[in-house]
Design a protein around this ligand. Structure first.
Ligand SMILES: [Cu+2]
Length: 134
């Protein structure tokens, strides 16, 4: 009889312990979730594109140098202020986009390593510029 009481007591303690485990498990799950959210937002920040603007007037880029942060996709807004179409092109960036006169085009570029990336107007090759990624 005594032994049974002891066993019942032990079982009670055991189930009590099991109940105590729940909050710890919840805490662990929340911590894990929090960490995941933190990593996801850091990743989102890294993937958020940086925006740079440039214009073309009289077949010249204005300004002729633009800069953007490294390791983030870049979206380059190109405004063509001329009366002729232009084509924003870059071999190193592997992009090419025709922009109608008086309109604007967005050239999206992948995340880049720091460096200098040349671009030009393929229709008026005297128009040249540099994207400085740092
Ligand atoms: Cu071209």
């Amino acid at each position: 009889m005594r032994r049974l009481d002891l066993l019942a007591g032990f079982r009670a303690t055991e189930s009590f312990a099991a109940q105590r485990v729940q909050p710890a498990r919840t805490f662990f799950a929340i911590t894990l979730l929090g960490t995941a959210v933190l990593f996801a937002s850091e990743h989102a920040k890294a993937q958020q594109s940086a925006s740079v603007a440039i214009s073309v007037k009289d077949h010249r880029f204005q300004p002729s140098q633009i800069s953007a942060p490294a390791n983030r996709p870049i979206s380059i807004r190109v405004k063509n202020l001329d009366t002729a179409p232009m084509e924003f092109e870059s071999v190193s960036l592997r992009v090419e986009k025709v922009i109608a006169p008086g309109s604007e085009g967005v050239v999206n570029v992948r995340a880049l390593a720091p460096g200098r990336y040349e671009f030009f107007d393929d229709f008026h090759q005297e128009a040249r510029g540099t994207l400085i990624v740092q």
